[in-house]
Design a protein around this ligand. Structure first.
Ligand SMILES: Nc1ncnc2c1ncn2[C@@H]1O[C@H](COP(=O)(O)OP(=O)(O)OP(=O)(O)O)[C@@H](O)[C@H]1O
Ligand SMILES: [Mg+2]
Length: 248
């Protein structure tokens, strides 16, 4: 029986899929100041993990570590089981980890098309990227020659999302997708994210305001003072969230 167990494939129905992205005891910070004090987090294939918690808890810092933009000072960052400590942002993108940073990271003084062109840095072809972007968001096609900074917040977020998707990521990191957007636009953006997830994308999304993302999240993680203090079903975490916010 034990022999059978040893030879059993890892892909059986009961086997948990290996996380695409995993943080184990991750420590990181800015200069001498440690902000992440041992973060544990897993994002499984085709799933949405919502990273929630109050201002300054370390959500964006965690995203930067995942995107290869901030070095770890302890613990491990793994992608599909492989240790990725010390990886650069470019390497992370090449491995399929792609991020939309807080504030969207688009260039306001470049046109829609030029912003997409900037996104071709990892090898995606501009024509293919434009086609994908304009079919997903027709308004971007209409505005391809318009300066990105002159568009609405929702349209800028569509552009940021299109640019990130142009590199055909396996894992998408979204930091405060809802920031500055009208509730209806936020719902539309998360509907789009849900479609992408149905097509196989995995998503880690950080949100200070949980309501928008919880309906599409499979798992939620509560981050306080540089640690993930709780992981569970979105509705369970939402209850804890309100009490931890009220408790400061
Ligand atoms: N570039 C930086 N240099 C120094 N300290 C920073 C820097 N960025 C963030 N911090 C500090 O790190 C801590 C965590 O910040 P972080 O931005 O990760 O939190 P957050 O959970 O994303 O917050 P928010 O909900 O406001 O986006 C805070 O104390 C913040 O002041
Ligand atoms: Mg943040």
């Amino acid at each position: 029986m034990s022999a059978a167990r040893q030879t059993a494939p890892l892909t059986g129905e009961n086997a948990e899929p290996a996380p695409l992205l995993e943080l184990a005891g991750v420590r990181a910070g800015y200069g001498p100041i440690e902000v992440l004090h041992g973060v544990d987090l897993k994002v499984g294939p085709g799933s949405v993990v919502a990273l929630l918690g109050p201002n300054g808890g370390g959500k964006s810092t965690t995203m930067k570590v995942c995107a290869g933009l901030l070095p770890l000072t302890g613990g491990e960052l793994r992608f599909a089981g492989r240790r990725m400590n010390g990886i650069s942002g470019e390497d992370a993108a090449r491995l399929g980890v792609c991020s939309i940073p807080e504030g969207r990271g688009i260039f306001p003084n470049l046109t829609v098309r030029e912003n997409l062109w900037v996104g071709t840095g990892t090898g995606a072809k501009l024509a293919a990227m434009e086609e994908a972007a304009y079919s997903r968001f027709p308004i971007l096609g209409e505005r391809r020659h318009q300066l990105a900074g002159s568009m609405s917040g929702g349209q800028q977020q569509m552009l940021a999302l299109s640019r990130a998707l142009g590199t055909d990521p396996a894992v998408l990191l979204l930091d405060e997708l809802s920031m500055g957007l009208a509730p209806m636009i936020v719902t539309q953006m998360y509907d789009t994210v849900a479609q992408l997830v149905a097509e196989g994308l995995s998503v880690l999304v950080a949100e200070q305001f949980a309501r928008a993302v919880l309906p599409i999240a499979d798992t939620a993680a509560l981050m306080l003072h540089g640690r993930v203090v709780s992981v569970g079903r979105p509705d369970e975490i939402e209850d804890q969230l309100s009490s931890s916010y009220l408790g400061g």
